[in-house]
Design a binder for this molecule. Structure first.
Ligand SMILES: [Zn+2]
Length: 349
């Protein structure tokens, strides 16, 4: 019953990278269309190649993916494909991280306006045809130099707020690239009304999260699981109820947690922290948001009430306007109650 409940439950997702959602078959299609060589040739080989082996391999796949995104139509295609997958999991609203500078500078020189128009076409289609919506989070890789490029991206983000951009973030290698470097960009983003959504506390410990809070005014922390190394940081996160975008399988694949069974999510909840559940780069980690929920139940031993709370936390921590959050929260609660009754009666029949 619980598996069916998880699959059918309405959800939101707040931490997923568009470029990290490309399925192997779609990557092959893009590579063939654009004449980009990949290290393997068939869909089967590609499935194998996608299987995670370690951080350098993760970067290799990420770079290959980026090199296959050559036109605005490619961006629209991956966004549509992703949103179809979200709809199939009953994820009604997603906040999706996208890294426009990569497609502007490193690869194909796609002007930002064209990138944004492609995302908007996909969003419009998803709202009309699938009944799911999306808010975009533009981010910059923290190893981009000069750091001033972050100001370019934040200006793009501000310009595109009317097209569904809700936040500004930093991702990429945390080691050697502390949050403090990006203070001017985040100041500008927050002044314009964008959410501050930095990754922190994944491969670097508490000091990175402190920087994200104190210097960048983080509204949510991407990952943040290493806060547990510093009780005074845990106290601040608890007092201010700053949400953590937690992505368990990603943490295991990237060596942040030793295994799912030992993942700190239950401890974060015990500490009274505000946790949401997310998939990060789902096909690269061979997961989905639904799978993450199933793992919370089956591997971490948490029950339905926790699961429903995680869903509600996602709604509450989203960038949606307050009235929409309230409505969505109520709608989800009603659907969840109904689902419990239906599945409960099926179990008894
Ligand atoms: Zn991430």
């Amino acid at each position: 019953m619980i598996d069916e409940f998880v699959r059918t439950l309405p959800k939101v997702e707040l931490h997923v990278h568009l470029e990290g959602t490309i399925r192997p078959a779609l990557l092959l299609e893009l590579a063939q269309k654009n004449g980009v060589p990949l290290p393997v040739e068939t869909a089967d080989q590609l499935e194998q190649w996608y299987r995670f082996t370690g951080f350098p391999h993760f970067i290799e796949i990420y770079l290959a993916i980026s090199s296959c995104i050559c036109t605005p139509d490619d961006i629209e295609l991956i966004a549509r494909d992703f949103l179809e997958g979200q709809a199939a999991q009953n994820i009604r609203y997603s906040e999706v991280i996208f890294t426009p500078f990569t497609h502007f500078s490193r690869n194909r020189n796609i002007p930002f306006d064209d990138q944004m128009r492609a995302l908007s076409r996909a969003r419009k289609w998803a709202v009309a045809e699938l009944g799911v919506d999306v808010g975009w989070v533009l981010d910059i890789s923290r190893n981009v130099r000069p750091v001033e490029h972050s100001l370019t991206v934040v200006d793009w983000a501000i310009e595109a707020m009317s097209q569904g951009v809700v936040g500004f973030g930093i991702g990429g290698p945390e080691v050697g690239n502390p949050p403090e470097l990006f203070e001017p960009a985040f100041d500008r983003a927050r002044a314009a009304g964008l959410l501050s959504l930095p990754h922190a506390g994944e491969t670097v410990g508490p000091e990175s999260i402190w920087g994200a809070i104190d210097t960048l005014g983080a509204d949510r922390i991407g990952h943040g699981v290493r806060c547990l190394e510093d009780p005074s940081l845990v106290a601040i996160l608890r007092d201010r109820q700053i949400p953590l975008d937690v992505c368990p399988t990603s943490n295991v694949c990237l060596g942040v947690a030793p295994s799912l069974a030992e993942h700190p999510l239950p401890r974060l909840l015990d500490e009274g922290l505000f946790v949401t559940l997310n998939s990060d780069d789902p096909p690269m980690f061979n997961t989905t948001l639904t799978e993450e929920y199933l793992k919370v139940v089956h591997t971490m031993g948490l029950g339905l009430a926790v699961l429903e709370q995680l869903v509600q936390n996602g709604v509450a921590a989203s960038a949606l306007p307050e009235a929409e959050r309230r409505n969505l929260s109520l709608e989800f609660r009603q659907e969840s109650d109904q689902l419990r009754k239906t599945l409960g009666s099926e179990d008894n029949s």
